[in-house]
Design a protein around this ligand. Structure first.
Ligand code: DON
Length: 563
């Protein structure tokens, strides 16, 4: 069946790429409250505390990120990095802070391969050799100096207090400690913080205190980025990493810089989509998929066909991710083409209404559990400034190593590189030379902090979930534009296709029985995932009424606050 017969192509206006500065929202309209949604209540409250002290959304972003580093140490931290999408209401300026980790200067393309050229098991995942140079502390300094109103001393204060005084162990953190106990036992400092004196998993409610981390945060509060990237902390980091087999140098730390990059901007059925640019693949893949879908009228097709079309769009967008994307400072990428309507029209033409296209029919270059590692938060202040921040140390507790005397848990973000062409990483993602390892290069990410703007309102969205992040943000965008509330967007069951493996994975409840039958008849391979995925944090603003909603994903224990 020709698809056009059932869903005529809509006339679609070309997206406005590349102009990061724009007029403030046409009608900032009704006064509205501020809001914060983050993965843990103590972090949302830290942001609120800083706003109450006169901070803006950017100060709150520092406070929330730093508090998450303390209370959600599985997921992000000052030993990791991420992306902050910013919007400043006073002049409509929007930008992306790239605080992504960088490969150490001594890194090399084949560093995780043995002499025969085969990947060395877990080398890019566990221990200091898996750690890239962190970006988050540099982002704190940059956010505070360039965009915030308050000194770091004030915005880091709640995190320092939580690290020093401790917070009660909660179920998800306890489960993560249990899951990673063997790895944590390799690191005496991590074991001291996260396990009991008997090396057991602590009881729920036991206080988790991190005095070394408090001291490192204090150094950042007092000296800015230099408190981490130079001086005593830097020396301790380098000697700790090297003692554990890593390759960091003082020069690597001293040379780390946050980079401001233009966000990617696209358009979908009248909504303006602002999202992460490379070295995240998120925005490119999100716009690629939305552009493909923009030519269909998803409202007139039956629900099984709608899901089929969304899956086919995901397949093509993830394939482009694998083939084309990497660090913009190192490789050239056809971004304008990949996000153009003409390219999407070509992609769309290869989609049949009645049949799945096997991924190996698409020219190109292969999977794994998804948890609640990584973290996302959304902030909107009462002046209209916004932040969508997605931060990570990659897997649970990153590389599993806490560097002695610093309280810093090392990331294992080096695994986000393609360690060998075609060899899947821990998320099953494949890549090629575009994303191979080179000294000082940033590994390709899937983190997708995003703003969705319509004439009626806006949504600030993002989530953890490795390769699943992009498909979750895509589904959340479609759901919001279909009229769902923030709470409905974060709750809706999810499905995912990432090109390779050629399988649609879905959460319980995401596909109805009839849709399963319909999709299977089209040739889709379906697998119900054994667990829930994502930890989405969403804020929505209804411009006309000034109504703000903040919703935390019920899969986690986050909190959305409107104040
Ligand atoms: O940047 C990335 O794409 C990954 N390091 C994100 C890891 C992640 O979301 C883990 N969560 N389940």
């Amino acid at each position: 069946m020709a698809l056009a017969a059932i869903a005529p192509l809509a006339a679609v206006a070309p997206p406005a790429h590349g102009d990061a500065r724009r007029a403030p929202a046409a009608d900032p309209a009704a006064a509205h409250p501020g809001a914060i949604a983050s993965a843990y209540p103590l972090a949302s409250q830290a942001g609120q505390e800083v706003l109450a002290k006169g901070g803006n959304a950017f100060d709150a972003a520092v406070a929330v990120s730093a508090a998450l580093a303390v209370v959600e140490p599985t997921s992000s931290g000052i030993g990791g990095g991420g992306f902050y999408l910013l919007y400043r209401q006073s002049d409509g300026f929007e930008t992306m802070l790239d605080a992504r980790e960088k490969a150490p200067g001594a890194a090399s393309r084949d560093m995780y391969l043995d002499k025969a050229g085969n990947p060395i098991a877990r080398a890019s995942i566990d221990g200091p050799l898996a750690a890239a140079i962190p970006g988050e502390p540099a982002a704190f300094d940059y956010l505070a100096r360039r965009y915030g109103k308050l000194p770091l001393k004030v915005s880091l204060e709640p995190a320092i207090r939580l690290a020093r005084e401790g917070f009660p162990l909660y179920p998800r953190l306890q489960a993560a400690i249990r899951y990673k106990r063997d790895l944590l036992l390799h690191s005496p400092d991590a074991a001291r913080v996260f396990l009991t004196a008997e090396r057991a998993v602590p009881e729920l409610g036991a206080p988790i205190k991190q005095p070394e981390l408090a001291a490192t945060l204090e150094a950042i509060a007092a000296q800015g980025a230099k408190g981490f990237y130079a001086g005593r902390v830097a020396e301790d980091l380098v000697s700790g990493v090297r003692a554990g087999g890593g390759i960091w140098t003082l020069q690597d730390l001293a040379a780390y810089r946050v980079v401001e990059r233009k966000p990617l901007v696209g358009e979908y059925h009248g909504a303006r989509i602002v999202s992460a640019s490379p070295p995240s693949s998120g925005g490119v893949a999100l716009l690629d998929a939305l552009n493909i879908l923009a030519g269909f009228d998803l409202k007139v097709v039956d629900s099984g066909t709608r899901k089929h079309l969304v899956i086919e769009a995901m397949r093509r967008a993830y394939r482009d991710r694998a083939v084309y994307l990497g660090d913009p400072d190192f490789v050239t990428m056809p971004i304008a083409r990949l996000t153009s309507q003409d390219y999407a029209a070509g992609q769309r033409a290869s989609i049949r209404a009645d049949k799945a296209m096997p991924s190996d029919l698409l020219p190109g270059v292969e999977t794994a559990p998804v948890g609640l590692q990584t973290t996302h938060f959304s902030v909107l202040d009462a002046s209209g400034n916004r932040v969508a921040g997605t931060l990570s140390i990659n897997l649970f507790f990153g590389a599993g190593d806490m560097v002695a005397k610093t309280g810093v848990l090392l990331n294992d973000t080096m695994d986000d590189f393609s360690i060998k062409p075609g060899t899947p990483n821990v998320f099953g993602l494949v890549g090629n030379a575009q994303n191979d390892i080179a000294p000082n290069k940033r590994p390709l990410s899937s983190m997708t902090p995003t703003f969705v703007e319509t004439p009626q309102g806006l949504m600030i969205i993002g989530t953890p979930g490795g390769s699943y992040i992009i498909s979750m943000v895509l589904l959340g965008t479609l759901d919001y534009l279909d009229g769902m509330s923030a709470a409905q967007v974060v709750t809706a069951p999810r499905y995912h296709h990432q090109y390779l493996p050629d399988v649609v994975e879905y959460e319980k409840g995401a596909l109805a029985e009839n849709e399963i039958a319909q999709l299977e008849a089209m040739g889709h391979k379906l697998e119900q995932g054994s667990r829930l995925w994502g930890n989405m944090q969403v804020i929505t603003l209804d411009l006309a009424r000034g109504k703000v909603e903040a919703a935390a994903d019920p899969r986690g224990e986050g909190e959305g606050l409107v104040y």
